[in-house]
Design a protein around this ligand. Structure first.
Ligand code: SAM
Length: 273
């Protein structure tokens, strides 16, 4: 197996894949259905015929730059195991920082009403509900395919969230203590230089007009009538755009704070009116 592992690492590295060793281990664990320790203990064994075939098929797809997460069918995010598919954005590690900002904002508020706009896999909504079982969490998305995946994630995690199909807040009637969103925020021109893996995320989840702020600007105009008094809006944005939207919101009466991600890049907006 160590010879096989070395061959896989070389093949992935030659295809320009950044973390060939962790990806090799993830593929082997998936095919052999082993945890990390099991994989170490299995170092001396040969793959069966069906295992070798499955590994070969997965390797071909990965070398064609299909995301590893789509091959595995799931991702660990925010302490949850979530199903992923081409129907929705693969939840990103930086969005775990947004989840932490939400949870810190909710500290001390009992039974909060929370809305996650553009829920995708349901990651934020389910992460909030897992940490705060007293929260009533609504998750919305314009994409029916994404909502179907979010529903499967709610079922398989056993977490209860209300799912609503809506273009931003159009089909949402209630008010909330906190509205969170990681909307599509990339400028359309980024499509040209996107990593091949990113092209497997839905366009609808990524791009938002010439400067990336079309959706976020529209959401900001709709939010005030859906926030309880003293309620908070938390947004994830492209670091190139955070200060732009912060300035626009300040000019229209919002109190705004900017938060950075773990790489020190300004990525999140906290806002109240
Ligand atoms: C960047 S993804 C975020 C997904 C998920 N919240 C996460 O953080 O992993 C943006 C999501 O917004 C949804 N979306 C795009 N346009 C929308 C709209 N007009 N109204 C509601 N949701 C929208 C997309 O379908 C996608 O699921």
């Amino acid at each position: 197996m160590s010879q096989l592992q070395a061959t896989l690492v070389c093949a992935l590295a030659a295809a320009g894949i950044d973390s060939p060793l962790p990806e090799t281990r993830a593929l082997l664990r998936h095919v052999l259905r082993l945890d990390w320790t099991g994989l170490v203990l299995a170092a001396g064994r040969r793959l069966t015929g069906p295992e070798a075939e499955q590994l070969d098929a997965l390797l071909r797809r990965r070398l064609a730059r299909e995301p590893l997460q789509h091959l595995l069918g799931e991702v660990e995010w925010g302490g949850l195991r979530l199903l992923v598919s081409p129907a929705a954005l693969i939840p990103r590690p930086e969005t775990e920082s947004l989840l932490l900002l939400v949870l810190s904002e909710l500290e001390g508020r009992l039974s909060p009403q929370v809305l996650d706009v553009g829920t995708g896999t349901g990651a934020l909504a389910l992460g909030i509900r897992a940490a705060r079982p007293d929260a009533a969490v609504t998750a919305s998305d314009v994409s029916r395919e994404a909502l179907a995946l979010a529903r499967r994630n709610a079922e398989q995690t056993g977490l209860e969230v209300r799912l609503v199909q809506s273009d931003l807040l159009e089909n949402v009637a209630e008010r909330f203590h906190l509205i969170v969103s990681n909307p599509p925020y990339l400028p359309g021109a980024d499509r040209r230089d996107a990593q091949p893996e990113v092209n497997h995320d839905p366009d609808l989840a990524l791009y938002s007009g010439p400067d990336g702020l079309d959706l976020a600007r529209r959401l900001v105009t709709q939010v005030p009538t859906h926030l309880e008094a003293g309620g908070t809006l938390l947004l994830e944005l492209d670091p190139r755009n955070v200060q732009v939207l912060a300035a626009e919101m300040t000019a229209t009466g919002w109190t705004v704070r900017v938060h950075s991600d773990l790489n020190g890049r300004e990525r999140f907006l906290w806002a109240q009116r």
